[in-house]
Design a protein around this ligand. Structure first.
Ligand code: NAI
Length: 217
């Protein structure tokens, strides 16, 4: 992992990656930080600052080589390699994740789905068979698992996450609404759509305030 780079910068990287991918698809070979800035609505100085964290990539008077930058950011984000994912909890959300194919384009491949509900045993989602949790240990021994997605009720999340860690899985993509208590070396990425909605709600309230102030003027 890159040391000393703030999470805020890392969080902006996927967006750069997405934009550069679109430029590449459109046949654009190089771009100045000003042009990229106009497209992404981020200041050019922010772009230069962000990319300087990784040693630049730009050349004075030339701009950025789109393919090179795209590949380098891919390497930084570790998506130049395949990540095998298992999904724990094959309910609504787990099945939705398994049905979404675009993760694969970025090298995230769902290789297994697990649940405790016998009614789901043997059901396949986009060709991936739902297995019972008691098969997990043997599965993890037989195949490389890099990430476990947790899409189970929060009451079972901590205990299950700790079991996964014991089996050697050290990266959790956590959708359960709970702050997991895990050893420090385990990396956890929490995804909470409701947090995003609350952020939206806050911004709606501010937008109203801003409009009201503007109308008063
Ligand atoms: P669901 O009830 O459709 O699916 C949950 C599945 O987990 C069921 O199939 C159940 O049998 C299985 N399960 C229960 N205990 C288990 C265990 N110990 N091991 C393996 N499987 C187990 O629920 P849904 O809608 O798919 O939601 C799943 C979780 O994701 C919930 O905790 C929910 O709150 C959360 N969620 C989070 C969102 C987010 O943005 N972070 C959005 C939607 C749901």
């Amino acid at each position: 992992m890159e040391k000393g780079i703030s999470q805020a910068v890392i969080r902006r990287m996927p967006r750069y990656y997405r934009y550069l991918g679109e430029l590449l698809d459109g046949g654009v070979e190089r771009i100045s930080s000003n042009e990229l800035s106009a497209r992404m609505r981020v200041t050019a100085s922010q772009i230069r600052q962000d990319l300087n964290n990784f040693g630049g990539f730009g050349q004075q008077g030339y701009g950025y080589n789109v393919k090179y930058l795209y590949d380098e950011i891919g390497k930084i984000l570790g998506i130049n390699q395949q990540h095998n994912i298992i999904v724990i909890g094959a309910g609504n959300l787990g099945q939705a994740l398994a049905n979404y194919m675009k993760f694969e384009k970025r090298g995230f491949v769902i290789i297994g789905l697990f649940d405790v509900d016998p009614a789901l045993e043997g059901v396949t989602i986009r060709g991936i068979q739902v297995r019972m949790m008691d098969e997990l240990q043997a599965f993890v021994k037989a195949q490389r698992v890099d990430i476990a997605a947790l899409t189970i009720p929060k009451e079972r999340a901590d205990e299950t996450a700790n079991e996964l860690v014991k089996l050697g899985i050290h990266a959790i993509w956590n959708f359960a609404h709970l702050d997991l208590e895990l050893p420090e070396y385990v990396v956890v990425e929490n995804v909470h759509l409701s947090d995003s909605l609350m952020q939206l709600s806050y911004n709606i309230a501010n937008q109203r305030k801003f409009k009201e102030q503007k109308d008063k003027k």
